[in-house]
Ligand binder design. Structure first.
Ligand code: GDP
Length: 654
């Protein structure tokens, strides 16, 4: 018989069969492709018994190993959610090469500065004999981070504070023209245009208007939302809420406004696309008033509304003047001490090929200089080797409200991390804060360690619901079946989403979005599943149901009791009638039986009838005698120990 055929019958892979046969005493050689039929039949027949023997042997070995390990002192360390391989090595005292090798065994190819997540760290840790626990003070630490900048500024003496440029964030519904507006504003600055030609994208830029500088946060829509949500007013001083005059107030307009309100910062409404024939200023203002209670100044309210056309560059200068006006009203808080050591917030961060980790910092107090030591989360991340402004020019320093790209980092900080320029020594690993904002680098396979993953692309109308759904989905994942959110975003499903879904074998889940017939058609063509929901509960339940289907039932062995064979009354080809006595536990009808002789497993079988005092019974307890009909190889001899157990199928509920 072919090895492949035999493996198929035994429901394992040919390689597994090759590996396992020698352990069972069949030495057929690694290269063999056939076994003779007699041997094959023997293997098939004895397979369950052989496997069980092997399992018992392994368990015995493991027990010994565990005992040995317990003798050594058990080590325990606390780690944050993300940690670089190097930091992990330092914390555990295990060599980097050993950790890398262990990671590789788990299918993760990491480099020294790459981050691994907590779960990975704990798996690797336990393989290497270290118990890894989550860092306890993590949450507190995040709060601390949030207030750090405030404290920095409060510590400054009033007489040292001087005016700094206002920092502006642009928010609004998708497609209402945020990007276009940021472009239009950039082009108002003739100086920038002349000097550098194209501005570099570093997540923020500055323009000059009436000899004053204004800083604009220039992160793509969704990121801007998230950044504002998680950091509140820590970065921006003033918000521009963009509303398209041909579309009016939309879900993300409402959401953007609630984030602005929560941040407690002043805002201006830019009513965009006034060049369009469908533009309706009055209707837009009407919606702002009725839906958001934003009453325009010219309607007797307090909010400045500026009609603009980002496309044609109309009204942009007036909008900037309004920004300056608003900044004047906030003059007291728009101050910093340029003489101090720098503090600021990371607004962009990534690892560049060639350049290594680079980050853009918005300096919020003090002046950042070349040579400054960069401390994030109480840990040194490197030294400033060079600073580049938004035009890509090298600059020696960056004053308050200036965005600069930093070169010289050894580790990439995370967006939202607070920078403090330090002189301190290296702070211990335990003090590293929560770093859950960036996804870890670990490539997720669809099936890892027996676990299956459902890949999902999530699209929703507003960030609030996308976040809520994501959070609920992450909670329902189990060890065997998890969910991986390949991509999430706001707005309708695009061709890009479908391409991404196709490439990652993901399904697209929409929430409160519209599906165009073209997109539906394309999805059908590409075999991509799209499901659209209006109720979060339904979405979560559907995903749960799908996960449930992927859960493989676990067979659990439940030990019942042991008995000794005292008499053999009858022996047939496939059964025996045996008398015995329960040594410990109990015996139940329909049990499975393992027969041990001198502690060696010799056969497996089934109990088909159980009797006590000539009566059929369901249970026989310890010390009672019984008679039973046994089905299986008739090998039981007087003196054998019979191990009774049951198998339970457990389907874990998601
Ligand atoms: P965002 O999603 O808010 O960043 O929106 P974009 O800036 O990408 O703009 C969405 C679409 O609206 C693009 O096709 C722009 O060209 C267009 N758009 C933006 N501003 C204007 C405008 O003032 N007038 C007109 N007619 N179209 C505009």
């Amino acid at each position: 018989m072919n090895i492949t055929e035999l493996a198929r019958i035994l429901r394992i892979t040919p390689q597994e069969l090759h590996d396992i046969l020698p352990q069972l005493g069949f030495d057929i050689g690694q290269k063999a492709i056939k076994v003779d039929d007699k041997t094959a039949q023997r293997i098939i027949k004895e397979w369950p018994l052989l496997i069980r023997r092997l399992e018992l042997k392994k368990r015995e070995e493991k027990k010994e190993g565990e005992m040995r390990r317990e003798e050594k002192e058990k080590r325990e360390i606390q780690l944050p959610n993300l940690i670089t391989v190097r930091e992990f090595a330092e914390a555990t005292g295990i060599t980097v090469s050993k950790i890398l090798a262990e990671l590789m065994k788990n299918g993760i190819f990491a480099s020294l500065n790459e981050r691994i997540d907590f779960e990975t760290a704990s798996i690797i840790g336990s393989d290497l004999g270290i118990e890894v626990k989550p860092l306890e003070q993590a949450e507190e630490r995040l709060e601390e981070e949030k207030d750090k900048l405030k404290t920095v500024l409060e510590r400054e003496k009033k007489e040292n504070l001087v005016a700094r440029p206002p920092v502006i964030v642009v928010m609004g519904h998708v497609d209402h023209g945020k990007t276009k507006l940021l472009d239009a504003i950039r082009h108002t600055d003739v100086v920038a245009g002349e000097a550098g030609g194209i501005t570099q994208h570093i997540g923020a830029y500055q323009v000059r208007r009436k000899d004053r500088r204004i800083t604009f946060i220039d992160t793509p829509g969704h990121e801007a939302f998230t950044a504002m949500r998680s950091r509140g007013a820590k970065v921006a001083d003033i918000a521009i809420l963009v509303v398209a005059a041909d579309d009016g107030v939309k879900p993300q307009t409402v959401e953007a406004f609630s984030i602005i309100k929560a941040a407690g910062i002043p805002f201006i409404v830019a009513i965009n696309k006034i060049d369009k024939p469908e533009a309706n200023l009055d209707k837009t203002k009407q919606e702002l008033s009725s839906q958001l209670n934003i009453i325009p100044e010219d309607w007797g309210g307090k909010t400045i509304t500026a009609p603009i056309s980002a496309k044609e560059g109309k009204g942009i200068e007036e909008l900037l003047d309004m920004v300056l006006l608003t900044a004047d009203l906030e003059a007291e808080s728009l101050k910093a001490n340029p003489e101090a050591r720098a503090a600021g917030t990371v607004i962009e961060s990534h690892v560049n090929k060639g350049e290594g980790p680079v980050a853009t910092i918005l300096v919020q107090n003090g002046t950042l200089k070349i040579g400054d030591q960069l401390v994030f989360n109480g840990q040194i991340y490197g030294k400033v080797r060079a600073l580049k402004n938004y035009r890509g020019e090298n600059v020696p320093e960056a004053a308050p409200s200036t965005p600069v790209k930093i070169l010289g980092l050894k580790l990439a900080p995370q967006v939202g991390d607070v920078l403090e320029v330090g002189e301190g020594e290296k702070v211990k690993l335990k003090k590293i804060g929560v770093e859950h904002r960036l996804p870890s680098f670990i490539p997720e396979t669809k099936e890892e360690e027996g676990g299956k993953k459902i890949n999902i692309i999530l699209k929703g109308d507003v960030l609030g619901s996308v976040e809520a759904i994501e959070e609920s989905l992450m909670k329902i994942g189990t060890r065997e079946v998890g969910i991986k959110i390949i991509h999430k975003g706001l707005g309708n499903i695009t061709e890009g989403d479908i391409a991404r879904a196709e490439a990652t074998d993901a399904k697209i889940l929409g929430f409160n979005i519209k599906l165009s017939p073209q997109i539906e058609e394309l999805a059908r063509e590409k075999n991509v599943v799209i499901k659209n929901y209006r109720i979060i509960y339904d979405l979560i339940n559907d995903v749960k149901a799908e996960m449930q289907e992927l859960v493989v039932p676990e067979i659990k062995r439940v030990d019942l009791g042991k008995a000794k064979a005292l008499a053999i009354f009858r022996t047939e080809t496939k059964s025996q009638i045996v008398g015995g006595k329960v040594l410990e536990g109990k015996i139940e009808a329909d049990s499975l039986i393992e027969i041990f002789r001198n502690k060696e497993l010799v056969a497996q079988g089934k109990l088909v009838r159980l009797q006590s005092g000539k009566q059929n019974v369901n249970i026989v307890e310890t010390n009672q005698e019984f008679g039973m009909q046994y089905e299986g190889d008739p090998v039981i001899q007087v003196g054998d120990v019979l191990d009774f157990y049951k198998e339970e199928k457990i389907i874990k509920k998601i």
